[in-house]
Write a protein of this length. Sequence first.
Length: 147
Amino acid sequence: MHSGARGKSGSKRPAKHVPAWAQYKEKEVEKLVVKYAKAEKAPSEIGMILRDSYGINSIKAATSKKVTRILAENKLTAKLPEDMMALIKKLILLQQHLQTNKLDQSAKRGVILTTSKLWRLTKYYQGTGRLPQEWKLETDRLKMYLE
């Protein structure tokens, strides 16, 4: 987002249909998603586990629902979205690094960029109703969100 790179490489999305050789049906896939969510796996981790270990190329193609929708139906969603948690963890690590390395200018810039990404995500999730309107990112109390 903040770099000058304009590369086009990346992974390709899996096919939007269930292959004929797929051995897992819709209910079985949903049970696997719930099982791994109860084992405290993030939605992206669940998708990778099902892809790599079970050969399920697309959960949405198999169940016609996304992982987060399945988790919401079973009341297993986290307090904060996964991408926000990752950015909060990154910001905490950058702040800890800056406490010991006060002159690190690239880390200071990293804090600014990460904070702006968090503000942008906060506005998005407040607009979609995923976060309450009064939710505010308090950088001095970030550690409480990691527990």
